[in-house]
Design a protein around this ligand. Structure first.
Ligand SMILES: [Zn+2]
Length: 578
């Protein structure tokens, strides 16, 4: 099928609400509507709405909005085609496009085959099974996380893939085979395999863990078009549910993550590199995580280094804690009878970032001396003066400062205000909303038309085209022309969502009555009357100006008089209609 068909098929097969709720926690907001915290800007109260029936999302805060494709485009940083491809794959559709390699799809298939090969490898290897058992992993954990085993043969996977029609080049592109001097071989050999999944739960890479002392201990398959280390969190699909309770535990080892899940800490995820990237933080934010426990280090120095190295942008998003691990790695806790209790204790004793910040600011100072207290205040002020409406760290830090410095909340607020006054006020956000009445009314009409079911759309367009005469170059003129030429509603939405007016249109679309509503027709009539009036008023304004140049022009006078009558007639229509 072609792209246009694919877009329509995607929308009929996939639910917008379902796709959105992978990234945003949605709560019901009235018939067919859902709301949640906007993934495109930071907010404390939900202004992000999804209208399942209309297939649209819209944020009343940042004005982001559009359809399913636009959502995926924006959230995943894809272009239109990329988003369509991703969704088509999910919907089980094939898009045929000349000259377009269907790369990612095939890579995913190769990785799926590799996973089958590794699972079979584990079934056949007593040694690998014994190794996993010696680490204390249960059968459930092994199955849940899809652990496998890559046998020692250099061409095992190579052959397995070849038998299924996958050329070695494809296996190399997927990262599971490597190439040296034109010869291909298995990248992972004699290693436990951990499938790395993306946020949708699809395998995008593997990590192999040596069974013995071979180096490197962990070996990742390389980054590919599907896999970027900083964009994935190991165990994220498995942790999603638990993350929604608001807390995340972040570890560095894959075994550690599985061990913690097995011990009941199912909000655990693991980073594959070091530290937490912005992309990974966004994954956590999407599940409404507020507190992040970084369980990276076993000593105090490491704990502090972890907090010190926190990226400031990230630090605004969560309350961070550094956990001091009770063992060298949490995986070892699995083998201890009181392992879960030890880890629980470590969580409770974790060092909060705010305490750490305070300790750092107060280092070497005597808090009994007013000038030293002032130093601490000044050092912490930038972090307390947060531009974000909801900044958990700023709030906690203020509470801590009040307590430790013996200030009242009022005194602290006054102090911070005095600092703020010294700096230029933040510039107001640019207003993009056109104040233009005509444009707003045109958008009303367009929203009403777009809310019609497809079989009534053409008729609605003709009816409007018969009743208003938008001036050339206006948005409505352009819309009616397009709609009559190509009565495909999605196409029109696509065009409109790219216009400056798109945000307002989406807002209106979400607010529009259902065409089933008995007052829908009346609403359309009234809006058309108001729009005609607005066109007449614009025209009248122009004529008035012309009349000022030629006060004796009788033609002009006559036309203005006619316009006045027409305007009065329109007013009677929209006032008279109830
Ligand atoms: Zn928003």
């Amino acid at each position: 099928m072609d792209l246009g068909e694919a877009v329509e098929a995607i929308k009929s097969r996939l639910s917008l609400k379902e796709v959105v709720s992978r990234y945003v926690v949605l709560k019901p907001a009235g018939r067919g509507r859902w709301k949640g915290l906007c993934p495109f800007h930071q907010e404390k109260t939900p202004s992000f709405y999804v209208d399942e029936e209309k297939g649209l999302f819209h944020c009343f805060g940042c004005k982001a909005g559009g359809d399913l494709i636009a959502f995926v485009e924006r959230l995943e940083g894809l272009d239109f085609l990329g988003a369509v491809e991703r969704l088509a794959e999910e919907a089980g559709l094939e898009i045929t496009q000349k000259g377009k390699p269907q790369g990612k799809r095939e890579l995913l298939d190769v990785l799926k085959l590799a996973q089958a090969y590794f699972l079979e490898g584990l079934r056949a290897s007593k040694e690998a099974q014994a190794y996993l058992a010696s680490r204390g992993l249960s059968q459930e954990s092994i199955a849940r996380f899809g652990l496998g085993y890559a046998p020692p043969a250099a061409d095992g996977l190579l052959t397995f893939l070849a038998q299924r029609g996958i050329p070695p080049e494809e296996g190399a592109r997927a990262g599971v085979l490597s190439e040296r001097e034109g010869r291909f071989h298995d990248r992972l050999r004699h290693r436990i395999t951990f499938p790395i999944k993306d946020r949708l739960g699809r395998i995008v890479a593997f990590t192999g863990r040596a069974l013995g002392d071979e180096t490197p201990k962990y070996l990742n398959t390389p980054e590919t078009p599907l896999f970027r280390k900083r964009e994935v969190l190991f165990a994220y699909p498995e942790a999603k549910e638990a993350l929604r309770r608001g807390r995340a535990i972040v570890v560095e080892g894959l075994f550690d993550a599985i061990a913690l899940h097995q011990m009941g800490f199912s909000e655990t995820v693991a980073v594959l590199g070091s530290g937490l990237s912005e992309e990974q933080a966004a994954l956590l934010k999407a599940q409404e995580v507020r507190e992040v426990y970084l369980a990276f280090d076993a000593d105090e120095a490491g704990q502090k280094a972890t907090l010190q190295s926190l990226n400031l942008e990230l630090a605004k998003k969560f309350l961070f804690y550094a956990v001091r691990l009770p063992a060298k790695d949490p995986g070892e806790l699995l083998l201890l009878p009181d392992g879960p209790a030890l880890f629980q204790k470590a969580l409770e004793e974790a060092l909060p970032e705010v305490d750490f910040r305070f300790q750092e600011a107060a280092k070497g100072l005597d808090l009994n001396r007013p000038e030293h207290r002032r130093k601490v205040l000044l050092a912490l002020a930038p972090r307390m003066l947060s531009p974000e409406p909801f900044d958990p760290v700023a709030e906690r830090l203020k509470a801590l400062v009040v307590e430790r410095l013996g200030l009242s909340a009022r005194e602290l607020a006054d102090f911070l205000r005095s600092l703020k006054r010294g700096s230029p006020p933040p510039s107001p956000p640019p207003k993009t909303e056109p104040k233009n009445r005509v444009l707003l009314l045109e958008l009303d009409v367009i929203a009403l038309l777009l809310s019609l079911p497809p079989e009534r759309f053409g008729e609605g367009v003709r009816r409007v085209a018969d009743q208003v005469w938008p001036p050339e170059g206006s948005l409505l003129a352009e819309f009616l022309e397009l709609a009559q030429k190509e009565p495909r509603r999605d196409y029109l939405r696509q065009v409109l969502s790219r216009k400056e007016a798109g945000g307002i249109l989406l807002e209106k679309l979400l607010l529009v009555r259902s065409p089933e509503d008995p007052r829908f027709g009346e609403r359309l009539e009234k809006t058309l009357a108001r729009l005609r009036e607005a066109y007449f008023l614009e025209r009248r304004q122009k004529l008035k100006e012309a009349l000022r140049q030629n006060p004796a022009d009788l033609e002009l006078l006559k036309e203005i008089h006619e316009l006045d009558q027409a305007i009065e007639a329109e007013r009677r229509i929209y006032r008279g209609l109830g």
